[in-house]
Ligand binder design. Structure first.
Ligand code: ZN
Length: 553
């Protein structure tokens, strides 16, 4: 919670203590923290998870002697919110929380405004106005209701005929960040340009622009990204550091490709919400997390994560690197591109122009003798060879590999020329993964499904479920998930731990089927098994699992 709460920190902490929400000791520690770090007790309590947002809201409300309106769980309907006109609502930070016959409850995060009630009287006439407290970030979330569609805003920008391109770009970038998009696509068609956002892995249309303004927008983006404006026929890549609302800097990667109806722009947003790095957020089941950490504690060996492009492989490895990152461990990475900076880790960027390739970079890294090496991707014979040798000579090496499942990595690496006996002695863990959308926690509900109806989707359903009916989950769709029922993503994994038996099998240059057959004997869980576990827990839906993972044969 970074927003200024406009509250008396000491007073709130006193209330939390008085109500026994925190202990005397927590209070003292918080006061000390506030003094030493020029911070507040409340910030300390939140960061240490000694209180949650709700408790804080209640305590603040109590300090003002009003009730607390929890806008997070009781979201008012859009029509209701819009009864207070935008200008007034934003001026007074007021949301219509509930409306009765004779009274209304208004939620605000600023109770000390003299004219608030007078302003509201004009709308609610004779009804009694009762003020209540809500947290600033919750009020801001509700204000999303006032946002007009991108198309409407485009039209009004165009009508004003002033700085059209920069204003349209700002609107698009801001919406993309608001809706947690990971990519923005500008797709020129014959008469229009379609703007699409990728959210939680899927593309949605966000708006359409008249084509006549596209050239200026394209040029403006090229200038921002240091690209050549006069070049319309080659692929160009660049970067923008964009300063969003509230001064937050967001790094963007720009890729421009000539297409039939004009140059297509794809903007990748490297925003905070995209880089969820905590190992506990990746979506590992306990057993797999233990297996991963055990392998990562070994002094040498190789951990390989495979999966198609966009399956979250890099995020998994980053989370692992972040987890084991300590001052006494030397971690070096070579990546293309370096997507996220990790403090305390030496990160090297592949550069084709200076011929700093994966293999050359890796060769020099090994000479610097790091403990752990992360290679962005093993793509060629040379890199594969150096990687295996590095892992053999006392380094722990993590890398991603473009293969469909964990077992296929072995024959593919052998095809790249890796020696079976070297591979057998260095491989520790083979992981494969996919990304599935998470059910929105705000609107998740459970429903009953019978085995017979399930069999229409999963013919061998009886193999996985041993009761006649079962409880599954879905998202209904709400404001917080933009009516999709999904919010964020989780990874679905399969893990193959290289045991003695598997080592022996690798010596014989096995097929992926042979590897899976042996892994199954040792209790291997397929992508589908792992995903199903997450479906049963209500983390994702059955439909989503079937979308991203093939049914087991
Ligand atoms: Zn929702």
């Amino acid at each position: 919670m970074s927003k200024n709460l406009n509250i008396d920190d000491k007073k709130i902490a006193d209330i939390l203590l008085k109500e026994s929400y925190i202990s005397e000791e927590d209070f003292k520690k918080g006061a000390e923290f506030a003094k030493n770090f020029h911070s507040t007790i409340v910030k300390y309590l939140l960061s240490e998870e000694l209180i949650n947002k709700d408790l804080l809201g209640q305590a603040i409300a109590e300090s003002f002697k009003v009730s607390y309106s929890d806008l997070n769980t009781n979201i008012p309907a859009k029509e209701q919110v819009l009864k207070i006109p935008e200008a007034l609502a934003k001026k007074y930070r007021a949301v219509l929380f509930t409306e009765e016959k004779n009274s209304v409850v208004i939620a605000t995060d600023n109770l000390e405004q003299k004219n608030l009630k007078i302003g509201l009287k004009k709308i609610f006439k004779t009804k009694k106005i009762i003020l209540s407290y809500s947290l600033p970030e919750d009020i801001d979330e509700i204000f999303i209701f006032y946002r007009k569609t991108l198309d409407t805003r485009f039209a009004s920008i165009v009508k004003n005929q002033n700085k059209i391109a920069p204003e349209i770009i700002t609107e698009i970038f801001q919406d993309a960040l608001l809706y947690r998009a990971s990519d923005i696509h500008f797709e020129p068609q014959e008469k229009e340009v379609v703007i699409r956002f990728r959210v939680d892995g899927l593309l949605y249309e966000a708006g359409r622009l008249p084509k006549e303004h596209y050239e200026n927008i394209l040029n403006k983006i090229k200038v921002m990204a240091n690209l050549r404006m006069d070049d319309h026929f080659s692929a160009q890549d660049g970067a923008i550091r964009y300063t969003a609302e509230k001064g937050v800097a967001v790094d963007m990667r720009i890729s421009i490709l000539p297409a039939l109806d004009g140059e297509k722009i794809v903007v990748r947003l490297l925003a905070e919400y995209v880089k969820d790095f905590s190992l506990s957020d990746v979506g590992l089941l306990e057993k797999n997390q233990e297996m991963l950490l055990k392998a990562a504690r070994k002094p040498f060996g190789m951990i390989l994560v495979s999966g198609p492009t966009g399956s979250g492989k890099t995020t998994t490895l980053y989370s692992l690197v972040k987890y084991i990152n300590k001052p006494e461990v030397n971690i070096t990475t070579i990546e293309d591109p370096v997507e996220y900076k990790v403090v305390g880790v030496n990160q090297i960027q592949v550069n084709q122009r200076t011929e700093l390739t994966f293999s050359k970079g890796l060769r020099s890294i090994v000479r610097q003798d790091p403990d752990i090496i992360l290679v962005g991707e093993i793509r060629d014979k040379e890199t594969a060879e150096i990687a295996v040798n590095a892992a053999l000579t006392g380094h722990l090496l993590f890398s991603t590999f473009h293969a469909n499942d964990a077992a296929t990595s072995v024959p593919r690496l052998l095809d790249l020329g890796a020696e079976p006996f070297l591979l057998a002695s260095t491989l520790e863990l083979l992981i494969s993964q996919r990304l599935a959308r998470r059910i929105c926690e705000n609107c998740r509900y459970s429903y009953k499904e019978t085995i017979s109806s399930l069999q229409k989707k999963i013919p061998n359903a009886k193999k996985y479920f041993n009761s006649k009916s079962l409880t599954l989950y879905k998202g209904k769709g709400c404001k917080s998930c933009n009516d999709t029922g999904y919010h964020g993503r989780t990874a679905i994994f399969e893990f193959i731990q290289i045991t003695k038996e598997l080592e022996e099998l690798i010596l014989t240059s096995p097929s992926s089927q042979q590897i899976i057959a042996l892994a199954k004997k040792q209790g291997f869980n397929s992508l589908f098994d792992d995903g199903l576990e997450k479906v049963k827990k209500g983390i994702t839906t059955l439909d989503e699992l079937l979308r991203v993972v093939p049914l087991d044969q």
